[in-house]
Ligand binder design. Structure first.
Ligand SMILES: [Zn+2]
Ligand SMILES: [Zn+2]
Length: 386
């Protein structure tokens, strides 16, 4: 058992953690200037956050850049308004990789990664019956008071907390989550196939909406997000052009199977001028490439949370009222819309599964570009008997 582990599953848990971030004057994702000062009683409440004698197996990030470590943790304490979930599956997201590898600064540490959680409610809350299957996304808590929350843009909340980053996530047998941010999982999806909808799907969907109303849409990086958004776009009558790493025949063939009109290397100009493009790959060089492929007045949407530096490019690539923008996080509305839409299309997710104990192997495969579709941890099937 890890004696130093303290679950952070609610807002008050993380205020103290994030006070460290404030002390370092670092700002990331949410603007942290409005954080309350750390309160000493919060620190003391952490140490009582376990249920005596019951432990939860988890893969824990103890230090960025280090492999995950398998731990038996004390069971997380349930706060008012939260549900306790027996985790069934948890999608592996590229954001997990950015946190793991140290490209996103100042996570809660030690940390349970994972923000595409499919679990069964086993305790707490009022919105979901016991036994109900629910999903937990990246957006774990918002303040409800800042200018962004009050204007329907809770994804930009000044004090947002994110699952598997500020709050402990789903690379564990149990998780607790604020029920207001949980979604019902649509019938007809297996636990493994539902998981990638919860971030890859939601971010892809939000990006597609913000791309305008393109007839021809380019998707740069054909992984978990793109393979879902391609199906949504095709169902809407759009023509999809898929761009992959050079020679990635597996991703290109998946794109064609899912209805892409064209699939090829990202360095190549598409056969038709695009109305919009979404960049999922965390590669800054793709920004000028996508601007070059998009018509006048078209949009290029950067969907990732992290990207390598964008090289300088001539103004003429942006000229002609082309729009370059990012997409940050998700709103609960995005989630409800996609989870209602997905079974109607229906979206089929292609997944590669890994047991909980091999989370590191799943992250390695994602980093190396070896995943066809989305990577998912099978948590419940990997349970150990006690
Ligand atoms: Zn807010
Ligand atoms: Zn994600």
């Amino acid at each position: 058992m890890s004696a130093s582990f303290r679950w952070a599953s609610s807002c008050t848990d993380v205020d103290s953690t994030l006070a460290d971030v404030w002390a370092k004057r670092q700002f990331y994702l949410a603007d942290l200037r409005h954080l309350p000062a750390a309160k000493s009683q919060q620190a003391s409440s952490w140490s009582t956050g376990s249920v005596a004698g019951v432990t939860v197996r988890a893969m824990v990030l103890e230090a960025q850049g280090e492999p995950l470590v398998e731990r038996e943790l004390p069971r997380p304490e349930l706060q008012p308004g939260q549900v306790r979930l027996r985790v069934r599956t948890c999608g592996i997201c590229r954001t997990d990789l950015h946190i793991h590898d140290g490209e996103l600064p100042y996570p809660k540490l030690p940390l349970v990664l994972g923000h595409q959680i499919v679990g069964t409610v086993i305790e707490g809350g009022a919105a979901f019956a016991i036994g109900r299957r629910v999903g937990v996304p990246w957006l774990g808590w918002t303040c409800g008071e800042c200018r962004y929350c009050r204007s329907g843009r809770e994804n930009l909340c000044d004090r947002a907390r994110f699952t598997g980053y500020h709050l402990d996530g789903g690379y564990a047998e149990e998780a607790v989550a604020d029920e207001r941010y949980c979604f019902e999982i649509p019938e007809g999806y297996s636990d493994a196939q539902a998981a990638p909808l919860l971030c890859a799907g939601l971010i892809g969907y939000r990006s597609l909406v913000l791309a305008g109303d393109p007839e021809r849409i380019g998707l740069y990086g054909f992984g978990a997000s793109a393979h879902i958004v391609a199906q949504v776009a095709v169902s809407q009558g759009r023509h999809v052009f898929a761009f992959t790493r050079p020679g990635d025949d597996a991703a290109q063939s998946l794109a064609r199977e899912l209805g892409a009109k064209w699939a090829g290397d990202a360095a190549v100009q598409p056969p038709e001028e695009l109305d919009a493009a979404i960049i999922f790959a965390p590669v800054g060089e793709l920004v000028p490439a996508a601007l070059r492929a998009v018509r006048k007045g078209g949009s290029v949407v950067c969907a990732g949370i992290h990207m390598s530096d964008i090289p300088s490019f001539p103004y003429e690539l942006l000229w002609g009222e082309r729009v370059l923008r990012s997409v940050a996080n998700l709103t609960r509305r995005d989630g409800k819309e996609l989870l209602a839409l997905a079974p109607q299309i229906p979206v089929h997710t292609t997944v590669e599964t890994f047991p909980l104990g091999d989370a590191e192997g799943g992250l390695d495969s994602l980093r190396a570009g070896r995943i066809r579709g989305a990577a998912v941890l099978m948590v419940e099937s990997g349970r150990i008997s006690r």
